[in-house]
Each structure stands twice: as structure tokens, then as C-alpha cells.
Design a protein around this ligand. Structure first.
Ligand code: DHE
Length: 519
């Protein structure tokens, strides 16, 4: 009897020790604690999608910190009182694992997500500031957007955005509306006159960015998940077309970004996994011309979609390798894309649909951040590098490197304006000088001033006001700031506290497609 009791006790002890060392069931924990906000499939609900691509740079340690302590100013509460360290680690690893199923996010799901909240009619703006000199500031720290008066540098409105907006917002040419895209695929239409969100829709599960057609009628959304390019009506965000991202030989691909090419009346999309670029007509006339643009061997690749009218006709441009991150010359005749290995840039003439030059550019050029101007009678393009402390200045006529300017460190963004003699550059990709902004003379190409607005803090992304007289710089930290500089004297004019202001966009510079800013 005693022996039998000892055996039972021993078995009980062993089972408990084993249980104590068993790996926590991350999926069960997720369903219990997270699914109600983030969706049982992790594709997002009232909370953001929790998939590796959506979480991006947060990292597993960052994810653990959020699960443990929550996220300030959001509904995300901390779980430190309910979950132990091992369970938190298991959950962080789980959200960084690929999903079992490819998300189904087709027309029905997209359409069902649409929310319309029209603003009452207004004759004039709900504020006294110059509507063309507003800044739209995306604050990534607590996922808000601030609308800033660009003359007084005072916030006039602040609202909660979707989680993790990415890429530049896109403005209608009359400055009335601005569109935002989030990494979770949400598109938001905001009325800049009424200061109100008027429509939202979720166009994908993991999106990259958005683009608006020249006539302001169509909005394209580039998706990683699923592999689609979604075209929405810019009027009410209803679905106009879903294009499966499949290359000319039938292989599926992610779309890494979509750009507006107003002078061509088209969208240009980069395929992430295929050596192919898409041009999609945003007017019937542009689409009808595609057959004329291409060489005879390319004709078969021009697909008239969805009708003979030519609207949304697709033109495939075959290239030698997949390219990311595009810069377009003024007029949108040429596109420059970065090679994956970061060692060169490739120039494509969009009219003839073929590569015309290769520019050796070591150190991962960040072409999307290029700016251009006239220098000594020639158009030049300046490009920062993400892996080397330098800026390449290229002649846009012969595609030769005119000068390589040494900087304090690798950086993300460049900015200028027609009415300033300078280009402003950051070194935010540098571990040692990420707090440094350098100002370069557009004529001599010399660095004329180095600023450290907030020593030790990541400082990046500049945007000029409408007149080019002020430059606004972001201290990209949670307890960050927007700093207004006099663009002639480089003196600080004002410092506004903000929550990681990752980007700011001046309405006038955007709608006029200023050569000194991104499009
Ligand atoms: Fe961006 C624009 C791609 C990481 C902030 N970023 C863009 C665009 C592309 C791009 C293709 C142009 C789209 C547009 O404006 O319509 N970004 C990528 C990446 O592939 C990369 C390296 C990795 C990724 O996770 O996607 C990347 N980007 C970042 C960041 O980590 C940044 C600094 C902070 C963040 O919150 O994501 C960041 N990207 C930005 C900003 C713009 C942008 C602020 C708009 C710049 C502008 O002035 O227009």
C-alpha cells in the first residue's frame, strides 16, 4: 500500500515538474489574451495586425516590452500582472512567426471594412490659417496626426490615426483632402477644410504605401499581404479594381511600392519579387497610348483592363533585376531604382520601357529621398545613402556622378525648396551621429553648417514651409519635437513637443510637386 502511494506521489511530482518546464502554448495564450483586439488570425481588428511584416522594426524585445507594459495613449494594456516572463517571450515569438494561412482579403472583406463619416458642408475652412501653408505631421509615437499652421507654427488640430502610418500622405490638388496609408492596410481620407476623417477602408492586411492619380479620382494601395494592388475611388474609397500581383510569366509577387506619375497620368508600381515594373493608366487616354509606347516585342504584354477604354490598362516593363525605392526625374520620363545589393542605381526610360544606364553607387542609395535642382545649367539629383556617410550628386542628363559629398553618417532623407540655396540632410542611419543635420550649398556642394538640435536623439526628416523661409526638423523620439529653423540663418525659431514626429508634409509643396520634396 505504502509502495503504491509513493509511486502515485512520484508520478504526480514528475508530471508537475514536466508541466513547469513545458513550453507555454503561445497560440492558446494569444487566443485568450490578444485575439479579441488583434483578431484570432492575427490579421488585426480594433488593434493592429500582429504579423512579422506589420511589426517591422519593433523587434521581439520591443514586442515583449509592449506585452509587458502596454502602450501609452492606446487601448493596449500591459500584461505583466497576468503573464510570466516565459509566457511573454512565447507570445512575442508567436507574433513574429509567419501566419499559417495566407490572409484572404478580397473585394468582399475590403468593401465590408469601409466606414463613411461625411463632414457637414462648409463654405470655408474651420480655422483662420492659410490652407495652402498647413503642415500635416505624422506622429508615430502615439499614432496621431497634427495639423499645423505653417505661418504661426501652432497646432490647430490633432487626431488619432490608424496604427503605424507609413509613407507620405497624398493630397488632392485643391488641397481639400489628404489620404493616409497604414502598414495594416488602412486608408484614411481626411477633410482638411472641416478637419475631419470622412472615410476609411482596409485595402490589405500588410500594405506599403498609397498613390493618388493626377485627377484626384483614383487611389492605389500597394500590398505585401495579400499580393495585390488595390485601386479605390478617391471620392468614397469604394473598390474600383483589385489587381493580383502576378508577373508576366505568372509568378506571384509582393508590390513593394506604388507611385503617382502625374505627367504620365499613371501609377508606377514596383514588384518586390519579380524583375518587372508596372505602369497603370489612370486615364483612358494614357491607357490607349500604351500600345504605341512599347516596342513590338512588348506589345503582347500590354493588357487592356478592364475595358477597351484604357482606364487601368497595365503596361509591364521588364527589367534585369527587381528594383526598389524609386526616384523620378521632373517630367516623369525617367525612373531611377536601387539594386537589391545596394551597389548601383539603374535608370529606366519610361517612354521606351527599357534600362538606359547603370550608376555605380555603393552604400545602398535611398532613391525615394532624392531631390533635384538646376546647377550650372544642368539638372542634378542628390541621393542619400543608407549604409555610407555620403550623398551622391548625379547629372540627370548623362547619369554620371558629379560629386560624392562626405557627410557625418548614413542618412534617410534629403530636403530642399525652389527658394532656398541649400539641401538639408540627416545622418539618422548612423549609430554615432543620428542626431546630426547637415546643410549643403546647392551650388558649391559643400557642407556649410552642421546642427545637432537635440544631442543624442535621432533627428531626421526636414520639410520647408510654402515660401522656403523655414525648415521644420523632427526629433524622432517618443518625447520628441518639431523644431522650426530660419532657413537662411539656421537659427532655431520654435520647438514644439511631439510624439515621434516621423514625417511632416507641407500642403503647398506637395500639391505643386516641389522639386525639393518627396512626391
Ligand atoms: Fe519608409 C516613405 C519604404 C522603413 C519612414 N518608405 C517610404 C516609401 C517607401 C518606403 C517605398 C515611399 C512611399 C511613399 O511615400 O508613398 N521604409 C521603406 C522600407 O522598405 C523600409 C526600409 C522598411 C520597412 O519597414 O518598410 C522603411 N520608413 C521606414 C522606417 O523605419 C521609418 C523611418 C519610420 C517608420 O515609421 O516606418 C520610415 N518612410 C518613412 C517616411 C516616409 C517613408 C517618413 C515618407 C517620406 C516623405 O517625406 O515622403
Amino acid at each position: 500500500m505504502r509502495q503504491w502511494r509513493e509511486l502515485v506521489l512520484c508520478g504526480w511530482l514528475l508530471a508537475n515538474v514536466a508541466a513547469a518546464h513545458a513550453q507555454p502554448d503561445a497560440n492558446a495564450l494569444f487566443q485568450e489574451h490578444c485575439a479579441s483586439c488583434h483578431g484570432g488570425d492575427r490579421f488585426g481588428a480594433i488593434g493592429p495586425a500582429l504579423l512579422p511584416d506589420n511589426l517591422g522594426r519593433l523587434g521581439k524585445t520591443g514586442a515583449e516590452a509592449v506585452i509587458r507594459g502596454g502602450r501609452a495613449a492606446t487601448q493596449m494594456q500591459g500584461f505583466a500582472d497576468r503573464l510570466d516572463d516565459e509566457q511573454i517571450k512565447a507570445l512575442a515569438a508567436f507574433v513574429y512567426s509567419p501566419p499559417d494561412d495566407t490572409p484572404k482579403w478580397g473585394e468582399a472583406q475590403i468593401a465590408a471594412s469601409r466606414i463613411l463619416t461625411p463632414a457637414p458642408p462648409l463654405d470655408k475652412p474651420a480655422y483662420s490659417a492659410d490652407p495652402l501653408n498647413l503642415f500635416v505631421v505624422v506622429e508615430g509615437g502615439d499614432h496621431h496626426v497634427t495639423i499645423l499652421d505653417g505661418d504661426r507654427f501652432e497646432p490647430i488640430y490633432r487626431f488619432a490615426s490608424r496604427f503605424a502610418l507609413h509613407g507620405g500622405p497624398k493630397f488632392t490638388s485643391d488641397a481639400r483632402y489628404v489620404f493616409f496609408g497604414s502598414r495594416d492596410g488602412w486608408v484614411t481620407k481626411f477633410d482638411l477644410r472641416a478637419l475631419k476623417v470622412v472615410a476609411e477602408i482596409r485595402a490589405g492586411v500588410n500594405a506599403r504605401n498609397i498613390a493618388l492619380s493626377r485627377d484626384g479620382k483614383h487611389l492605389a494601395v500597394a500590398n505585401y499581404l495579400p499580393n495585390t494592388l488595390v485601386i479605390l475611388s478617391a471620392h468614397d474609397l469604394s473598390v474600383e479594381k483589385i489587381m493580383d500581383a502576378v508577373d508576366g510569366s505568372g509568378r506571384p509577387s509582393r508590390i513593394s511600392a506604388v507611385y503617382q506619375a502625374p505627367d504620365r497620368d499613371s501609377f508606377i508600381a514596383a514588384l518586390k519579387d519579380s524583375p518587372e515594373i508596372w505602369e497603370i493608366a489612370t486615364s483612358p487616354l494614357a491607357g490607349a497610348q500604351y500600345a504605341g509606347f512599347v516596342h513590338s516585342h512588348e506589345k503582347a504584354m500590354v493588357e487592356a483592363l478592364p475595358s477597351s477604354s484604357g482606364l487601368f490598362a497595365l503596361r509591364r516593363i521588364e527589367i534585369s533585376e527587381p528594383l526598389d525605392d524609386f526616384f523620378f526625374d521632373p517630367g516623369y520620363r525617367h525612373l531611377i531604382g536601387a539594386s537589391r545589393d545596394g551597389g548601383r542605381a539603374i535608370v529606366i526610360n519610361l517612354n521606351v520601357g527599357r534600362e538606359i544606364a547603370t550608376i555605380p553607387m555603393q552604400g545602398m542609395p535611398h532613391l525615394g529621398s532624392g531631390v533635384s535642382w538646376e546647377r550650372e545649367g544642368r539638372r542634378v539629383v542628390a541621393i542619400p545613402h543608407l549604409k555610407e556617410g555620403k550623398i551622391s550628386v548625379i547629372d540627370a542628363g548623362d547619369w554620371k556622378v558629379v560629386r560624392t559629398i562626405a557627410t557625418a553618417g548614413p542618412g534617410y532623407f534629403l530636403r530642399s525648396h525652389e527658394d532656398t540655396p541649400y539641401v538639408w540632410a540627416d545622418s539618422s542611419a548612423s549609430p554615432t551621429s543620428r542626431d546630426t543635420i547637415q546643410i549643403i550649398d546647392k551650388n558649391t556642394l559643400d557642407v556649410v553648417r552642421t546642427l545637432r538640435p537635440a544631442p543624442g536623439k535621432t533627428t531626421a526628416h526636414v520639410e520647408f514651409d510654402r515660401s522656403g523661409r523655414h525648415a521644420l526638423v523632427s526629433v524622432m523620439e517618443k518625447d520628441g519635437a518639431l523644431i522650426v529653423y530660419d532657413a537662411r540663418t539656421f537659427e532655431e525659431v520654435k520647438r514644439l513637443p511631439m510624439s515621434k514626429p516621423i514625417g511632416k508634409y507641407n500642403v503647398y509643396n506637395k500639391i505643386t510637386f516641389s522639386e525639393g520634396t518627396s512626391h
